[in-house]
Design a protein around this ligand. Structure first.
Ligand code: C5P
Length: 234
């Protein structure tokens, strides 16, 4: 009965990990496999959505029937998100965007000095927080699009706070509508086919905990989003 819960909705999904280049052969990357974002794209499409996948570096093949734009760096991802989310109903930021990028890109491969043990210091700058920027843009514009903005957060918890209370704080700080929080203390989630997520909503204090394959948790998340679109709480 819920299979077409997203019928005709325009959904933009980011997936994978960005790579921030240092020189022609090196980059700063991360462990994102892209499996969660690709699963979301497949399930959303099955639920009737018009999906656009913005895909950074992934470890698996992207299904051919998913309309995909490839990107590499955080700044490229940002450009695509800005353009494609303009007329989207739903934006889901499942990509692992590098928080920092090297200040300089060296045109030639960085060489070690054969005569010394010297090592270079890599200077970094912050990458823009794309999720936060889209939330702010929506606040500033009359057209309140995307109607639903979903973030992901990988948390390990800390000595003082559980990963869920850190997730609640992040939901508020980012200002998105839903936050899918991943407990990564045992590296769960990265690269695997299964995931455990807690879905937090800005509209109520409900916490939807789901575990299963990345497709199963995708359905849970997309159903929560579809539910909100059909009966928005404010
Ligand atoms: O702050 P943190 O990186 O934990 O937030 C994760 C969420 O923010 C994810 O949805 C991720 O796609 C998004 N993000 C972003 N731009 C960044 C870093 C993270 O949009 N530079």
């Amino acid at each position: 009965p819920n299979s077409l819960a997203l019928d005709g909705k325009r959904v933009v999904i980011t997936a994978g990990g960005t790579r921030e280049p240092l020189d022609p052969v090196r980059f700063l990357g991360n462990k994102s496999s892209g499996k969660q974002g690709i699963a979301l794209a497949q399930v959303a499409q099955r639920m009737g959505a018009e999906v656009k996948l913005i895909c950074a570096h992934v470890d698996i093949d992207i299904p051919e029937d998913i309309s995909t734009v490839r990107v590499s760096t955080g700044l490229e991802l940002k450009n695509q998100v800005e353009n494609l989310s303009r007329d989207a109903d739903i934006l889901i930021m499942a990509a692992a965007v590098a928080d920092f990028r090297p200040v300089a890109y060296e045109e030639f491969k960085i060489k070690k000095n054969a005569d010394t043990n010297d090592a270079p210091t890599i200077e970094l700058v912050r990458n823009p927080d794309i999720l936060r920027e889209i939330v702010v843009r929506r606040q500033q514009e009359k057209q309140q699009q995307p109607a639903v903005i979903v973030g992901f957060a990988a948390e390990t918890g800390s000595a003082e706070k559980s990963y869920l209370s850190l997730g609640r704080e992040k939901l508020v700080r980012k200002g998105c509508d839903f936050l899918a929080v991943n407990d990564v203390s045992n590296n769960a989630g990265f690269g695997t086919d299964s995931n455990a997520l807690t879905i937090l909503s800005k509209f109520n204090n409900q916490e939807i905990h789901c575990e299963g394959t990345k497709e199963e948790v995708s359905s849970e998340l997309l159903l929560a989003v579809a539910q909100h679109l059909s009966e928005p709480l404010t």
